[in-house]
Every structure is written in structure tokens, then in C-alpha cells.
Ligand binder design. Structure first.
Ligand SMILES: C[S@@+](CC[C@H](N)C(=O)[O-])C[C@H]1O[C@@H](n2cnc3c(N)ncnc32)[C@H](O)[C@@H]1O
Length: 262
């Protein structure tokens, strides 16, 4: 009897451990992204103009805009329309997409990032801008009232800094919900290869890993998007650029017939 009790306790401990671990990493991520650490590295990791420099800042926006256009042309998508960027950071993509958009919605965890993104957008255009703060304890709330409201969903240099596959599933679910049928999600993730050193390490201290926290194989992410109700259509790889490497970009379309979970 005592042995059965001990086994039960051991099983309960095993079952609870990952949850506690996930919660701890989640707290570390929320704390890290919520505000600057004061030494400039946070601004660099958030891709502020002052953090990565003018040239890299312009390049991020230009490269992503050109890639988006290639996907859009191939898929017969006309214009970006209403765009939402999930994890907008310092506004490198926002400054490139907002001037071509009807409306731009910037979502991020950090109020400082949202303020900086807003400054960068206002410096280049007067496109209507909407700011949404993401609470990592309830990310869906940042998309309240946006069901079917967006033509384009951007999520760039974000998936790899999320805390794991559940967080990524949440983001793809939000994309599925806010996009109108036929709308496009332009999403990048960091892929791992057969070399174990390229794998994400969600098990280690968050701030030590950052951009190597959550990775996928090319096919895993394709399937995950599909499971989340977004049909993968096109993919482009960037094995290396000036920031880092192993980037995979997907054009995901919300099917016309999609049933929304909410
Ligand atoms: C490397 S920056 C990228 C900024 C911008 N997307 C770009 O391409 O320049 C990562 C951004 O993702 C945000 N972020 C981190 N985890 C997130 C999550 N789970 N959901 C949404 N945004 C997140 C951070 O606050 C930060 O602004």
C-alpha cells in the first residue's frame, strides 16, 4: 500500500514538473520583454532603430516587404489592406508595411516597444495606427474585437523567442481568428536541422537562449500551421543574413471555408 502511495506521489511530481517549468520560463519571458534592461541589448533584441542601427533596421523592413510582395503576387493577393503585426518590436516591419497599408495594428508585450514602433510609423506615414499590448498570461485578449478584421498577419523574428509549441499554437490561432477568409499570414520561424546544436532549448534559462528557445523542422511548422487552420502555400528559406540564420518564411492562407473556433 505504502509503495503504491509512493508511486502515486512520484507520478504526480513528474506530471506537475513540466507545468511548473513552463510557468517559470513563461514568467522569465514576460519579465524580459516587458521593459528595457538599460544596457542597450534589449533595444537591440527588440530591433529598435537605435539598437541595431539604421542600415539593419531598414534592411529588416525592406527584405520582409519584398518577400511579402513575392508571396502576395504568386498567390494573387492584391494589397496588404489591414495589417496586424504580432510582436512588432521597434517597428522595423511596421515602418515598411504601414505606408502601404489601409490600417496598421501593432501588438507587443512591451509598452516601450509599442511607443517606439508608433514613433517609427508616424515618422513615415499617417496610416491609421492601432496599438495593442499583449499580456502573455492572456494573449488572446490583445486580439479582442478583431475577428475577420485583418487582411494580413505578420509575425517575424518572434516565434523563436516564444516559450514553446503551445505559445506558437496560440499565436497561429490568433492569426486564424483575426484574418478574414482568404487573408494571408506571413510568418517566420527559425528551423533546426539534423545537427542537434541547431535545436531550440526551451529547457534552459530563457535569457541565455532568447532566439534559440523555440525551433521547428520545416515540415513540423508546416503541419502545425495546417492544424491551426491556416493553409501553408509557399515557403522561402534564408540560411543566413546579417542578424542570424536558419530562417524559414511561410505564406499561410486562411481558407474561405474556415470554421473559426470563436
Ligand atoms: C526580435 S524582436 C522582433 C521585432 C519585429 N517583429 C522585427 O521583426 O523587427 C521580438 C519581439 O517579439 C516580442 N515577443 C516576444 N515573445 C512574444 C510572444 N509570445 N508573443 C508576441 N510577441 C512576443 C518581443 O516583445 C519583441 O518585441
Amino acid at each position: 500500500m505504502a509503495l503504491r502511495g509512493e508511486r502515486f506521489i512520484a507520478a504526480a511530481v513528474r506530471a506537475l514538473r513540466p507545468r511548473r517549468h513552463d510557468a517559470r520560463i513563461g514568467e522569465q519571458a514576460a519579465r524580459y520583454w516587458s521593459a528595457s534592461d538599460g544596457d542597450g541589448s534589449w533595444e537591440s533584441n527588440s530591433h529598435w532603430r537605435d539598437g541595431i542601427g539604421d542600415e539593419a533596421f531598414e534592411e529588416v523592413g525592406r527584405d520582409h516587404w519584398e518577400m511579402y510582395q513575392r508571396f502576395a503576387r504568386a498567390l494573387g493577393v492584391q494589397t496588404p489592406g489591414t495589417v496586424i503585426e504580432w510582436g512588432a518590436g521597434g517597428g522595423a516591419n511596421a515602418a515598411a508595411f504601414a505606408p502601404r497599408a489601409q490600417r496598421f495594428i501593432a501588438a507587443d508585450i512591451s509598452p516601450d516597444n509599442l511607443a517606439e514602433c508608433s514613433r517609427q510609423v508616424k515618422a513615415v506615414c499617417d496610416t491609421p495606427l492601432d496599438i495593442r499590448r499583449i499580456d502573455l498570461a492572456d494573449p488572446d485578449a490583445a486580439a479582442d474585437g478583431l475577428r475577420h478584421a485583418c487582411d494580413t498577419f505578420l509575425c517575424l523574428y518572434v516565434i523563436e523567442v516564444t516559450t514553446g509549441v503551445d505559445a506558437v499554437r496560440t499565436i497561429l490561432g490568433i492569426a486564424q481568428r483575426v484574418l478574414r477568409p482568404g487573408g494571408m499570414a506571413f510568418v517566420q520561424m527559425k528551423y533546426h536541422t539534423g545537427d542537434g546544436r541547431t535545436r531550440g532549448r526551451p529547457g534552459l534559462a530563457y535569457t541565455r537562449n532568447l532566439a534559440l528557445t523555440t525551433t521547428f523542422t520545416i515540415e513540423e511548422f508546416w503541419q502545425l500551421a495546417d492544424e491551426c487552420g491556416l493553409a501553408p502555400q509557399l515557403i522561402t528559406l534564408v540560411p543566413r543574413n546579417r542578424l542570424d540564420g536558419r530562417y524559414a518564411y511561410y505564406a499561410l492562407i486562411k481558407p474561405d471555408t474556415a470554421d473559426d473556433p470563436r
